[in-house]
Write a protein that binds this ligand. Sequence first.
Ligand SMILES: O=C(O)CCC(=O)C(=O)O
Length: 314
Amino acid sequence: MSLKSALKKVKVVHWIYNLVHYRSLLHNRAAYKKYKIRKSLTASISSKDFPDKESRAWLDTGHSRELAPTREAYFRFPASLQQQILSWSDNGYMILDQFFDEATIDQILEETARLVRQHRLTSSENGKLMFANRLSPRIREFTNDKRLIELLGFILDKEVVPFQTINFIRGSNQRAHSDSIHMTTYPLGYLIAVWVALEDTTPDNGPLFYYPGSHRLPYLLNNDFNDGETVLTLGKKEYPDYEERIARLIAEKALERKVFLARKGDVLIWHANLIHGGMPVNDPASTRKSMVIHYYARDVIKYHEITERPSLLK
Ligand SMILES: O=C(O)CCC(=O)C(=O)O
């Protein structure tokens, strides 16, 4: 294990980091009070601190087919979208064909390229360009698209706030996972993600894949795959152990994978617990430009289960 990976296991290192970024943790204050979490905002936090592991998002508490039409706002969405809202409880995803026009997507591409050229947006080890929304007012504006905010707010029945963007230039090759291990809420179910095609995806450039209905499986959190945690250190297992656990779950449940062959401007929205990832890239010369925006509901506890860090929301 490298020194960097070893340090990431030491909670004290996180606490110091959290203290330095204290202001960005204040978003959790009201929710800690509401849910009676008697911990400092800078302390490690995980599902072990909470009394239950159930989603309380309203469309998870019953079926969207019955629940959604009870709200007037539902009837304001176009008919094709209404159909997808009705199926949300079954599918855990929805696809918005040609949601963004070409000119808007081109602006986002240009803006991303500019940030990369200026070395302000640099790719992490796994090729992810993180948090362009913190660097660019244009990208921030994009994440606050009124139509998206209304739709996501309707699905969660709460005000949503964009947390992060991830831009991809190439296919991610990412193994199957649920976002709830990375970005977690208490109560559960209050993260939602929007994947935007910035160019067409093909079977060869590593398209997004997902497992319809997998969001209804129990949330797989640290206790379900990790052990050996102490007051000062995280559990012994690593992220690949989580991925293995998810792969086994997919096999056990014989889940059926779907691949999203998107056209530039298409959008796929996924539920906090939908299992998804990136198909292998068959053509190494290909690009697969896309952007993911992760949104949290504003008034819940927001944190990262896998590292037990509270989220920093600027
Ligand atoms: O775009 C992809 O290939 C996968 C993205 C993903 O899994 C994620 O952002 O959580």
